[in-house]
Design a protein around this ligand. Sequence first.
Ligand code: G6P
Length: 468
Amino acid sequence: MSHADLVVVANRLPVDRDDEGGWRPSPGGLVAALEPVMRHADGAWVGWPGQPDLHVDEFDFSGMHLVPVGLSEHEVADYYEGFSNGTIWPLYHDVIAAPRYRRDWWNAYVEVNQRFADAAARAAAPNATVWVQDYQLQLVPQLVRAQRPDVTIGYFHHIPFPAYGLFSQLPWRRQVLEGLLGADVIGFQRTADASNFARAVHRQLRYETRASGIRVRNEDGTQRLALAKAFPISIDAAAYVELAQRDDIRRRAAEIRAELGNPEKIFLGVDRLDYTKGIRHRMEAIGELFDEGRLSVERATLVQVASPSRERVDAYAQLRDEIEQVVGRINGTHDTMEHTAIRYLHQAFPREEMVALYLAADVMLVTALRDGMNLVAKEYVASRTDNQGVLVLSEFAGAADELSTAIRVNPHDIEGMKDAIMDAVEMPPTEQRKRMRKLRHRVQEHDVVAWSRGFLTALARSRKANAS
Ligand code: G6P
């Protein structure tokens, strides 16, 4: 099969295996964004089916051609858990956890990136567009270009790109930069990420970097321009609005409030259980507000959904222990027979239940220490069709660049965060409405369809510019 005009390459396929050995769509927002374009362009999606040693043939699903890339148990350990999530993830999130630089992990990363690139090169029609996603596949743009100079290549980086002082720790920094520069357009969440990347390229490779692009030297001595720019990702806002207006989901929201004992204020945190999310900092702040009597469990409760993630990686297992200890300590001190300080759920929920939770929550706490974008913040906003609710948002989340009427916090500043939480508790409904309207306007105008259109338009332009 080699006739797809658009090939998306991502670590994961947009489907999960169900219990009967069939496939169901996975909940990610990227699929929703790309499905319409993919159908139109005879699209193919290259990705890992999510389980070790699962080798399946290519198949069609919901108007897309899916190309599974199998990973052995050992590759899952070294490429996915190792280099992707034990080296790059902590390094790119400002070393919140210590990155490990292991040569065997790097070797597996190179090998697996080559396999993804080969699959993409096979799937692409002549002059097709190949769109590579995220940090697990940073070498793929260059590896595809080496085989298929006819195709246009885009890369989108969903996580932060760190400052040069940190990035330069990476023993394979040049290879990674060269891998990414195989793309015609390299997209980032924030302008600051794009600048960090351009600076790293300038320092390491001495390429000329300008607003119009980075002047890349091809192997044959010719030159081309690669564009590094911010394209902040978004969500399928209309889908959240639709769910938020459904009677059964509104009833469920009321039921959640009742089940929690109808407290005056419900705080909500929704995260993958990840050390970048600032879950412990948020709990410390809430815990101290209870300690000081500024909040009481009769009147307020925090619901924390922490969905299981990357559980075999050490830092994640450690984090879980730490968080559960904090929850135990705070609840042990403050709970009564009827009320709880923190309702902690180490579980994943369907989107319907998430929207009911968003509707039930008076205050949404997004306190990431570092986050590429944070789509939960956007989901909360999109769901609040009643224009009520307060978003407390970390300045270290990409979403802070766009969601300017949220209450902004520095999650490292516990006192500041406590005051911000109390401001949220005390905010009058008129002020909530004023702020929420602006937030909603931004998310609805700039949804995920606008995002993918913006990126693909820039990609088409860059191809034209380089051809002329
Ligand atoms: C982040 C990354 C994605 C990744 C997701 C879930 O959002 O940017 O690339 O797919 O986390 O993590 P997982 O390791 O389960 O794919």
